[in-house]
Each structure stands twice: as C-alpha cells, then as structure tokens.
Design a protein around this ligand. Structure first.
Ligand code: FAD
Length: 489
C-alpha cells in the first residue's frame, strides 16, 4: 500500500500526523473530487488542506482525520480511473507537510520536556521537535544535582518514582582548601537537601512518559527556521526524514540550548547579551568506583577539582583544565594523579579508582540574553542563559523557566489573559541574575585563575578561611545551593 503523495510505504508519517491531532484516530489523504463524491464537507474541522508540490499527483489533496479507529494506510485514490503516473525510480523530491498545535517546543532537553509535560497537565497540546535521535539525547551525560523545586516538579507530574527510588539524597556539600574541609550541613543550615540523579535519567523518564502517552515528540527533526515569531500564528520549519515540514502554532518555545536557532530568530537589536567566557574548562569523567560520601569541591594550587556521585557505585569526577585542552590528551593515570593531588588525598585511599568509562569536556561560560521573549516566541533554559557548572544550576534553571512559562500559558489558554506571559522575562530575570551571580561567585572562589596575582590568591584563600569560621557565610552558600531556582507554580 502506498500513500497518494509520496508513493512510499503508507506507514511512514501517518502515526506522527495523527498524534499531532489530539482527537483524530484515523487518517486518509484524498483528492478533493473523492470527498465531494463521498459527500464530505470540505470545511469540516477534521479536513485539513495539504500543500503538495506541482510535480506530484493532481491536487489539492486533503488530509481527513475521523472515526474511532486508526489506520496505518494512506490510500492511493484514483478518482478519474486514469491511474497515477508510475512511481518515481529516483528518490522523491522533498515535499512540504504541515501540522498544527498550540505550542511548538524546539528541543527535548530538560526545558522542553518539562514544559511539554507541564502544559499537558493544563490540557494544552504541544509538539516537541528534537534534532537528535532518542538514543543520543538519553545518553547525554551532563548535570546531576536536583534542587528541591526540580524534585517537586517531577513528583507533581507523577514521574518522580524512579528518581525517588534510585536518586541519592545529598545532605552535605564540602569545600576543601589547604588540606582542610569545610562541611556544609545542608539540612542543618537550610532545612533542605538536594538529590543526585543524572540529567540523562531525568530526560529518560520524561521521554518514556511522553512516548507511552502517545504525545508528539519527534526525534531527528531539525528546526531550520521560525517564521513570524512576532505574529499570533508563528510557523516552525523543520526537516524530518529528508522532508521539509511545517508546524503552525500559537506559541513557539525555544528550548534548543546555547547553539540552537531560536535566539537567532529574534531580530538584531531586540536582545541584549551579557557574557563572561572563562579560559578554563572542566574535564569530566564517569568512573566505576564507589564515590566519596559528600559532593566535594577543592581549591588547590594546581586548580579546581570536584568529586561527586551518580550512584553508590558510579563516581562523577571533574578537573579544571585549560579551555583549549581535549579529553583525549589525558591518560587515565594522569587523571588519577591529578585528582588525588588536588583532593589532598596524599595516600591515594580516599578517591577510589576504577574504570573510566566516559569522558567529556564542558567550557565554562556565563551568559544571559534579555528579554527572554519576542512576540509569541519564548526562550527557556540554555537557549537564553548559561551558568558556569560550579553552582550546579543549569538544569534547575531550565526547569524553573518551564514552570513559569507553563503557568503563563495555562492562564492564557484558559481565560485569554496574556499578562503572565508578558511578564515572563521580568519574572525570570531576577532569578536568572541571582543564579549567575552565585555560580560566578563559586567559580571565582574555587578555581585557579591565570590572571591572579599573589594578592588575588591570598584574598581567595582568606575568603575560604572566613567561610570555614562563619556559620552565617556557610548558610549563605548552602541556601543558594539548595533553593535558588524556586518559583511558584
Ligand atoms: C557538557 C556539559 C556539561 C554540563 N554539566 C553540568 C553540570 O554538571 N551541572 C549542571 O547543573 N549543569 C551542567 N550543564 C548544564 C545543563 O546540562 C544544562 O543547563 C541543561 O541541559 C539545560 O537544559 P536545556 O533543556 O535548556 O538545554 P539542552 O539540554 O541543551 O537541550 C537542548 C536540546 O535542543 C536540541 N536542539 C538544538 N538545536 C535544535 C534545532 N535546531 N532543532 C531541534 N532541536 C534542537 C538539542 O539537541 C538538545 O537536545 C552541562 C552542560 C554541558 C553542555
């Protein structure tokens, strides 16, 4: 069975088209003449015109969604009995296919996936377009510290079961310098703790639920252009399976990370950016070895290091390295030598060695773009702000943005008020600046800076001495570590 437009196997594309229409359970593509013969009203809401390039069979063709059952066939009709031309022997030319939704979400990272689930809870339809494959997105190792607001959000969505079972509660944050350790007792200082649960595990849970519920999440779908972001009906252009497609919507949300295309869709001069690039990076490794008990940052003359956990048998370890360095420049032995040294682990017993099975590099950067919206285009997560990872805030900020946006969209779609959405940038702005301030402060406190004079180094170590003796200073850090991304739902 072939479909009437591309003459490819009919199963390609139909399930996706159907899932984009919440009430539709069947789909055919027909010529207009057939519809008339069948007595179907062309203005029926279940009938949607398709755009078909001129070299394809005569049109206009129509996409009909109807009935209580689903068919995987898009039948090749032949209204005149003249037969279609032979199927092309060469691959078909790209065609344009259209879809429609309330909210088009670009990117299936934490920002996009949380937003899609939160919108669904408010009865709002969305389509998530992700340029990478599901396997790639689910395997991407990044953040791992969940603030209480993020934990609550996942639980309130009913998706926190695995996180609660497998995630580790972190009650302490340690900072080491001159061979001594400052222990921050998080519950004692703030009444809260954080959870260690890898970002890729959060992403897996969110994707699994979205797929299980049959809601549209299209992988290998690269958005190439946003048309009319300032209008009431923007259109997202994307490519999927070699075919150019469009998604019409009321709102577009760019959750496509720092290198995405959404921010660039805003005309020049509208957005102001604020940036600080550091000349060092983090070399991160995942290791099959039991972690040390508390997340531990260290400030050493040779540079910063961090020992954190992913599970009781997997450690996530980081070393400050020059920004121009590469993971493959480091042998395993060099990584272990440097970690033991910087952690003041002189007899090499505290940091447990094991198989290094994954390594990556994260550049350190602070970046804010403001405002976070333009017309009906909104930006969320790394698309609009980046924090140095020292504060462990990137994912938590992305989730907080999604919560504010979902609240604004819920108000709009239920009562027509745009007030919440219009305040989105303003509402997020102060939280974002505070988070960047905290992450930059921790970065400045703990890293080695090439430009530091002996005076600067003295000031840095004296700041750590002061923190070690001041409960107020410890509480200030602990408070920002556990709940800086709090927002009201
Ligand atoms: C290497 C690395 C390590 C990190 N480590 C930490 C850490 O230890 N702690 C911490 O708190 N934070 C860390 N972060 C930051 C944290 O992971 C991010 O803040 C978080 O991923 C932000 O989520 P997001 O959804 O905004 O963006 P992302 O997770 O980047 O998701 C954006 C998605 O958009 C997709 N996309 C991009 N362009 C397009 C397009 N044109 N069309 C369709 N889809 C597109 C991308 O493929 C991606 O899946 C790290 C980041 C990196 C890069």
């Amino acid at each position: 069975m072939t479909d009437s437009i591309s003459r490819r196997p009919a199963t390609v594309g139909v399930p996706l088209a159907l899932r984009a229409e919440s009430s539709a359970q069947a789909c055919f593509i027909c010529d207009e003449a057939i519809l008339r013969r069948l007595g179907i009203d062309l203005a029926h809401p279940g009938v949607m015109p398709f755009s078909v390039p001129p070299e394809q069979p005569p049109g206009p063709f129509l996409d009909i969604h109807a009935g209580d059952w689903e068919t995987s066939a898009m039948l090749a009709f032949d209204p005149d009995g003249a037969g279609w031309p032979d199927p092309p022997q060469t691959p078909t030319q790209p065609r344009e296919m259209k879809m429609k939704t309330q909210v088009a979400i670009i990117g299936a990272g934490p920002a996009g996936l949380f937003l899609a689930h939160l919108l669904k809870r408010h009865g709002i339809e969305s389509v998530v377009l992700e340029s990478r494959s599901r396997a790639y997105v689910e395997a991407r190792v990044r953040a791992g510290v969940l603030e209480s607001g993020t934990i609550d959000t996942l639980n309130n969505l009913g998706l926190g079961e695995r996180m609660m079972r497998e995630g580790l509660v972190d009650n302490g944050l340690d900072m080491r310098f001159r061979g001594r350790t400052i222990h921050l007792d998080l519950p004692g200082l703030t009444g809260r703790s954080v959870k260690i649960y890898g970002q890729q595990e959060v992403v897996k849970d969110l994707i699994g639920a979205r797929v299980a519920e049959g809601d549209p999440l299209i992988f290998d779908a690269e958005v190439v252009r946003i048309e009319g972001p300032e209008t009431a009906s923007p259109r997202v252009h994307y490519e999927h399976e070699g075919v150019a497609r469009t998604l019409d919507c009321t709102f577009v949300v760019g959750c496509d990370g720092f290198h995405g295309i959404s921010r660039a869709a805003v005309p020049e001069g509208v957005i102001t950016t604020y940036t600080r690039n550091y000349d060092f990076a983090w070399l991160g490794v995942l290791v099959k070895a039991p972690p040390i008990p508390d997340m531990t940052y260290t400030n050493h003359d040779r540079g910063f290091a961090l020992c954190s956990r992913r599970s009781m048998s997997i450690s996530r370890l980081y070393l400050q390295v020059p920004a121009s360095d590469r993971p493959e420049n480091w042998s395993d032995a060099q990584i272990w030598d440097e970690l033991h040294t910087r952690m003041f682990d002189t007899d090499r017993t505290e940091v447990k060695e094991g198989e290094i099975f994954q390594r990556d590099m994260a550049q350190l950067r602070a970046f804010i773009a403001s405002p976070m919206q333009y017309g009906n285009l909104f930006l969320a997560g790394d698309a609009v702000h980046i924090v140095p990872p020292t504060g462990a805030k990137g994912m938590n900020m992305a989730v907080a943005d999604a919560r504010v946006l979902a609240r604004g969209m819920a108000a709009y779609f239920s009562g027509g008020s745009r007030a919440g959405l219009d305040r989105y940038s303003e509402e997020c702005g102060l939280r974002v600046w505070k988070t960047i301030r905290y992450s930059s402060y921790m970065t400045g406190l703990l890293h080695r800076f090439n430009e530091h004079s002996p005076f600067d180094r003295g000031m840095q170590l004296t700041e750590l001495e002061f923190i070690s003796q001041s409960e107020a200073a410890q509480r200030t850090i602990a408070e920002q570590y556990v709940k800086l991304s709090d927002v009201a739902d």
